[in-house]
Design a protein around this ligand. Structure first.
Ligand SMILES: [Zn+2]
Length: 263
């Protein structure tokens, strides 16, 4: 995936740098979310991608589908779900920890390298906070909505089809949306979650004029139809407009789904 870069100075001066307006470059994804570049008019730019890891990884999964890397898409979607668990655990821990953030940090360190421990922590904290058991990936069956499918792809080198990658992405989207919509039901819990989320976003360098952007799939800073979790059809449309160099983009736009593709 590459991040579209716009020039703030060209925008301010009304300069059109290409046929569609002000986008002048694409940048490879960076861990720190801060993208430095210079446009063709010599302006220095800093673009900040305001995104938590789960949001960025879901976008990377969608772009991998568009580019035909279905195995990478499944891997990114699976990581997106795990990073949401991390965000939820930490936002709950750091919000509820009355003693000190040090305690929360030490607790997180105990589980930070073991995904099964994180899943257990998420289930317990989510159930306690919301008085409801969270929906999870199914354990049984070979279908593309199961942990077995995910493990086959990630650990056994299985190459999924386009349809399987899309089913898995939609399944992960459904889980993430259900968690976000549950958080949105309680204004105080939502405020705490978003406050923690904002605290982990990349910080604008104070001396630089920055452009800020968000991910296309999920952003806790943006609401579509009254929720921060937009529906999957809407997300597919966001990616269908990303370019026209590949047939998969067109399929997203024309059919709204990939169901007609044969392997
Ligand atoms: Zn410029």
């Amino acid at each position: 995936m590459r991040i579209p870069i716009y020039c703030r100075s060209c925008l301010d001066e009304g300069i059109q740098t290409n046929s569609i307006g002000l986008k002048f470059a694409h940048h490879g994804v960076l861990e720190n979310g801060i993208y430095e570049s210079i446009c063709s008019h010599g302006h220095s730019n800093t673009t900040i991608l305001d995104a938590a890891k789960f949001e960025l990884l879901f976008d990377i999964g969608m772009m991998a589908i568009c580019d035909g890397y279905y195995r990478d898409a499944v891997s990114s979607f699976a990581s997106s779900l795990e990073r949401f668990y991390e965000l939820y655990i930490n936002s709950t821990l750091f919000t509820k920890s009355k003693s000190s953030d040090k305690t929360a940090e030490l607790v997180w360190k105990k589980i930070s390298n073991q995904s099964e421990r994180q899943l257990g922590a998420f289930i317990l904290l989510y159930t306690k906070e919301n008085k409801a058991i969270p929906d999870l990936l199914k354990n049984d069956g070979n279908k593309a909505n199961s942990t077995k499918f995910r493990n086959n792809v990630i650990h056994k080198g299985y190459i999924p089809s386009l349809e399987e990658a899309l089913i898995f992405g939609e399944t992960i989207h459904k889980l993430l949306s259900s968690y976000i919509k549950t958080i949105e039901k309680d204004n105080e819990k939502l405020r705490q979650f978003v406050d923690y989320y904002k605290s982990i976003l990349p910080k604008n360098p104070p001396t630089k004029k920055c452009m800020n952007s968000q991910c296309k799939s999920f952003s806790m800073l943006r609401q579509v139809g009254g929720s921060r979790a937009s529906d999957f059809e809407h997300i597919k449309l966001q990616f269908s407009n990303f370019g026209n160099r590949d047939d998969n983009y067109k399929k997203l736009r024309i059919n709204g789904s990939f169901k007609n593709e044969n392997r």
